[in-house]
Structures are given as structure tokens and as C-alpha cells.
Design a protein around this ligand. Structure first.
Ligand SMILES: NC(=O)c1ccc[n+]([C@@H]2O[C@H](COP(=O)([O-])OP(=O)(O)OC[C@H]3O[C@@H](n4cnc5c(N)ncnc54)[C@H](O)[C@@H]3O)[C@@H](O)[C@H]2O)c1
Length: 460
């Protein structure tokens, strides 16, 4: 007798594959869930006590399910043969070469997976696109999967992942919505219903929505574009606030109380990072240009332009306020992760800021509770004058300035009196996340440069 009701496979054990599949296994002991990856080191980490990614609450659910109905392996072929449903969660970065370089999605990992499924499968399967993909990718996947003309049937579904890093476990436990896109044929709808049944084990039915496959693929790109656009919108206004002595926190509060607008995602900051927002907008822009929709493409591209501008002007502000030279000055960077509660540094604004400060010949001390390992990789080869110190009090010692890059809660409650005493004077703090008490820091003696608010300086 079959021990498990279904065999689920996920190809790609990354920030999405790991947590999403761990949640399915945790919530559905009746299914066997296997996650495979081409990277053996990553699989070893998933099988160890030190998981390859940090997410609050993830350790607990992995430890609960691992070895019972959750397995991590490098045997992709066996996984494909044994599975009923395959989630594809491989990376889809921005293409760096050839046509569409710097814009289009690089689909090589995804296509290799499709071909491997075709080569290994011995029975019919449902294939679920979990990776974020350009609209119409499912059609290409179907074409590859039917290229052998065998009797094996593959139904391709789109099930984009909306989790946010840092809150992934909670987002997966209580999602705003789960979206399943399918072909509207008899077998497409049957496959869609099978996937819906999996999520219905813990997600209320009214939050599981279905659509045609193209709308589903496009919705993910549009959701990320809208989220990023809110950040760029508030950041664009933050510059104006700094020029006019208005306060972006007050403006955001007044604007956000309009129920049509809402208050979330209105914090002015150094800008967005992460592996998805930029790449997904670029992808959207590329698709629009391909269809000749130049005005639409330009509109969305401007979201990225404002984000780049916000980072550039942050460094420029540091340079000009610190008397136009940063050479040999020690600058302490609080936070390297692209956001709090993750160790992920992909596209983190801290990378740009650190690289620019290195160009200005500053000495950097980088502090972060979870991201130092990745920070070292990001600055590999250019970090001759960089040190990495986890403890923020020790990191700030002897520095001319602190730049806050990540909104880690721990930075709110540091002993800033002690930090101030240990720094070179005049001491500067540049708050790229608006998380510290600016007035209090000013009273301690710091020259304070928030984002989108008047600066507080002791200079006459
Ligand atoms: N990170 C997020 O917050 C997030 C959220 C929603 C959607 N997404 C999307 O999910 C997808 C995956 O993102 P991620 O952050 O998990 O990426 P990731 O780089 O962390 O993980 C991808 C994994 O796939 C593996 N892989 C690549 N090719 C493979 C192959 N042929 N066979 C087996 N394994 C292979 C890689 O080794 C890697 O471990 C992307 O399309 C991304 O846009 C990401």
C-alpha cells in the first residue's frame, strides 16, 4: 500500500522552494514532499542544523517535518520519476548576455529543468511554475514537454509565490491569497483542482483564487511592480521633503489614512533591494517594449530609476556633509541585508553604498546579525579596507559616521550614548531607514541625517 497520498517534488531548494515546500509538508503529513537541487552544498545545509537561509520560524517547521514527510536530496532523476506533482522553483535572474541583456529573464535554468523532466518522467504529471516567469512561459514549457509526442501527459499550472523574505513563514501560513492559473481545458481544470486541494489543507477556500494561466503569470510581475512603485513614489517625495523642511513621516501618515491609498509600504528609505523587485520590473519593461508599448515600459522603468537615484543621493549626501572627503574615514554600516529578518543581500542597497564608499577610499566596518557571510561574498576582492564585526557597539567604535542600511529592530535600542562617546567627532549618523530616534541622537551630540526629514546638525 502507498504510504503517502501524493508525492510532491520541488526542483530548486532556494528562498522560495525551501520554505514553501516545508510549509506544505508541515501542514499536510499525508503528502511526501521532496526538494531537490543541483547544488549539493545547499542540500547538505538543508539536511543540517544550519539551514542555508534565515527566516523567523523556519527552523521549527523544517525540524518538525524533515525525515517524516519532508526530504532534501540531489537525486533529481529519482525525484522526477516518483512524483505526481512537480513544483519548479529554480532561479530566473536577469539575463546578463545577448539579446535582452540587463532586462529579460534568463530562462536557461528553467528550460534545463523542463527538459530534465521530459527525459526522466515515466508517468503523467502536473508541473507547477513556482518561479516568477515572463507571461507566456507556460506555453514554452508545454511545447518542450510535448516535444517527444509520448503518451505521458503534462499539465502545466502557474502558481506564483507571493511570500516576502523576512516574513516568509507567516506569509505561507496565512497568505493574502494563493493564485492558481491553468489552461481552461478539462485536464487543465482537473490539474488546477488538484493543486487547490493541497492548499485547501490550511488556506481558507476564499483566499485560493484561480485564473487563466497568462493572467496568473502576469499578476506576479504586476504585484511586484506595484509594491516597488509605492516605495519609489514615497522616496521621490522624500527628496522634496528634505528640500522643503517637510517631514516624510507626517506626509505618509496623512496620505496613508486615505482608505483608497492605505498606510502600508509608505516608509521612505534608501530604496528597495532583494532578488525580485528590480528583475521583475525589468522583465515587465522588456515584455512591454517587445509588444511596442514604449510609454508603458518607460512608466515602469522610472520606478527603478528613482530607486537608483535614492541610493546615489544617499552617498552623495554623506560625501558633501562630511566636508567633501571620505578618504581614510572610518564608516560603520549598520545592516547589509536588503531588509530586516533575512540574511539575503541580493540587490541590497548596502552593496551599492559600500562599493561607492570604497571608491571614495573610506574604511568600512560592516555589521549585521545575519548577513555578514553574504556581505563578504558581495565585496569579495574589493574588501581590503573592510572589516566585518557583528556587534554594532564594537563595529561603531572609532568611526566618523554610521550609515543605517537595514531596519533590523536591534538598531532601535542600541546604547547610542556609549556609541557616540566611542566615535570620532563630529559624529554623523545617516539613517537610510528612519528607524532611530533622531531627536534623541541629536541631543546626544550626533549630526543626524534622516531620509525625507530636515537634518539635525550642531554646525552653525
Ligand atoms: N526570493 C523571494 O523572495 C521570491 C519570492 C517570490 C518568487 N520568487 C521567485 O522564485 C524563484 C526562485 O527564487 P529564489 O529566491 O528561491 O532563488 P534561489 O537562487 O534562492 O534558489 C533557486 C535554486 O534553484 C537551483 N537550481 C537552479 N537550476 C536548477 C536545476 N536545473 N535543477 C535543480 N536545481 C536548480 C539553484 O541551485 C538554487 O538553489 C525565482 O523565479 C524568483 O523570482 C522569489
Amino acid at each position: 500500500m502507498k504510504k503517502f497520498k501524493k508525492n510532491i517534488l520541488c526542483i530548486g531548494a532556494g528562498y522560495v522552494g525551501g520554505p514553501t515546500m516545508a510549509m506544505i509538508a508541515y501542514k499536510c503529513p499525508q503528502y511526501k514532499v521532496t526538494i531537490v537541487d543541483i547544488n549539493p552544498a545547499r542540500i547538505d545545509e538543508w539536511n543540517s542544523d544550519n539551514l542555508p537561509i534565515y527566516e523567523p520560524g523556519l527552523d521549527e517547521i523544517v525540524k518538525e517535518a524533515r525525515g517524516k514527510n519532508l526530504f532534501f536530496s540531489t537525486d533529481i532523476e529519482k525525484g522526477i520519476i516518483e512524483s505526481d506533482i512537480i513544483f519548479v522553483s529554480v532561479n530566473t535572474p536577469t539575463k546578463t548576455f545577448g539579446v535582452g541583456a540587463g532586462m529579460a529573464a534568463d530562462l536557461q535554468y528553467w528550460e534545463k529543468t523542463a527538459r530534465q523532466i521530459l527525459d526522466c518522467a515515466k508517468s503523467s504529471k502536473i508541473i507547477v511554475e513556482k518561479s516568477t516567469l515572463p507571461v507566456k512561459t507556460a506555453r514554452a514549457m508545454e511545447r518542450i514537454l510535448t516535444s517527444k509526442n509520448s503518451k505521458i501527459q503534462f499539465d502545466v499550472l502557474s502558481n506564483p509565490e507571493f511570500l516576502a523574505e523576512g516574513t516568509a513563514v507567516n506569509d505561507l501560513k496565512n497568505p493574502d491569497r494563493v493564485l492558481v492559473g491553468s489552461r481552461l481545458t478539462k485536464s487543465g481544470i482537473k490539474a488546477r483542482d488538484e493543486l487547490v486541494e493541497i492548499y485547501a489543507n490550511w488556506v481558507p477556500r476564499d483566499r485560493i483564487i484561480t485564473s487563466d494561466i497568462w493572467s496568473s503569470e502576469l499578476s506576479k510581475l504586476v504585484a511586484n511592480a506595484f509594491l516597488a512603485q509605492r516605495i519609489s513614489s514615497i522616496n521621490a517625495i522624500s527628496v522634496l521633503c528634505e528640500k522643503t523642511d517637510a517631514d516624510i513621516t507626517d506626509v505618509a501618515a496623512a496620505v496613508g489614512l486615505d482608505s483608497r491609498i492605505g498606510s502600508k509600504f509608505l516608509n521612505a528609505s534608501i530604496g528597495f533591494g532583494g532578488s525580485c523587485f528590480k528583475k521583475d520590473i525589468l522583465n515587465l519593461v522588456y515584455i512591454c517594449r517587445n509588444y511596442g508599448l514604449y510609454e508603458v515600459a518607460d512608466y515602469w522603468e522610472s520606478v527603478i530609476r528613482i530607486n537608483d537615484y535614492q541610493q546615489k543621493r544617499f552617498v552623495l549626501n554623506m560625501l558633501t556633509t562630511m566636508f567633501n572627503t571620505l578618504a581614510e574615514k572610518k564608516i560603520c554600516i549598520f545592516g547589509f541585508a536588503f531588509k530586516a529578518d533575512t540574511g539575503d543581500t541580493r540587490e541590497s542597497p548596502a552593496i551599492y553604498v559600500a562599493k561607492r564608499l570604497i571608491e571614495e577610499k573610506a574604511e568600512l566596518v560592516i555589521s549585521d546579525p545575519k548577513a555578514l557571510k553574504n556581505a563578504k561574498k558581495d565585496l569579495d576582492g574589493i574588501d581590503e579596507n573592510v572589516s566585518y564585526i557583528e556587534d554594532p557597539h564594537k563595529a561603531a567604535k572609532g568611526s566618523h559616521a554610521i550609515a543605517i542600511m537595514t531596519e533590523w529592530n536591534l538598531y532601535r535600542d542600541l546604547d547610542f550614548e556609549k556609541i557616540y562617546k566611542s566615535m570620532i567627532k563630529p559624529a554623523f549618523i545617516f539613517d537610510g531607514r528612519n528607524i532611530v530616534d533622531h531627536k534623541k541622537l541629536y541631543e546626544i551630540g550626533f549630526n543626524v541625517f534622516p531620509t525625507g526629514k530636515p537634518s539635525l546638525t550642531h554646525f552653525k
